[in-house]
Ligand binder design. Sequence first.
Ligand SMILES: O=C(O)CCC(=O)C(=O)O
Ligand SMILES: [Fe+2]
Length: 305
Amino acid sequence: MESIMQQSLVNSQIEAIVHDGYTIIEDVLEPERVDAIGKRVREIEKETLIGSKGETPLDRSSLLRTEGLLQLDPLFREIPILPDLLPVIQGILGAECQLTAFSAIDMLPGKNEEAIHSDDAAVPLPRPHQPVICTCMIAIDDFTAKNGAVRLLADSHKMVGLPDHATDRHEIDGMITAEMPAGSVVVFDGAVLHHEADNESDRPRLALEILYCAPWMRTFTNFFLSIPEDEVMKYQQPLMELIGYRDFDRIKRNRFGDRRFGSYRESYGQLRRARLGAWSEERQAKPGLATDDSGEGRSKRVESN
Ligand SMILES: O=C(O)CCC(=O)C(=O)O
Ligand SMILES: [Fe+2]
């Protein structure tokens, strides 16, 4: 009974992502784990990112990004496989989706200059297209309108193109602010337009960012090379599978004793058949902030409806 209820909750979250581009799931992490993660990330930041003179040499002066989490502490290895999160992602991208990037983002007080963007912009497919990336931002500090909760343009995964980098993010109508308590996650289709917001509070805003990709894609981060195999062998099975150690084998049971699919083709085929209606509905493209397919040319702003 409980599992039927859980499945229907997962289904409604999947439908929200397909239709609106995003969903918020509360309580994926309990307060003790939120505290432990917050403390650990900030220790790592001090050890690795913040210079001896207190300076912050980073992507941008307003943001601390901690990479390599899986190797830095076993605490982080539970995050990409959270039971309230992973089934939702698998329902969007396929059961054999891959972990493609995983980092912590600490948004410091101040301005954040980042342009509006989609996280799948590096994937050379014309928009709109079926979901190929799913992004999750897990709030380790509460996400508020004041402290830089990520801002998303709902429905924008259905838009034809991307804004050019000159588009003023403050001039775009229809942005929503992903306000949520710590321990919650906002999950969005990687085609959804979004941007980091200014942190107008006096404290940093910490989040874990997880990106997953479709099973047929090359991952952005090469976990195969970056984590030694003998270390990976200590991970839980679902995490090993997420970083590419999935033992497809038709003849005998795989090393975990399971007999599932001989390759991702079967399960991805099932997902395609189940989702074909929703994906083709998305292809009834909405006008949008768009022009050319490359997303690199000059773009005109078109009102969305
Ligand atoms: O930290 C945020 O609020 C958003 C980060 C983001 O958009 C990114 O890393 O691509
Ligand atoms: Fe992003």
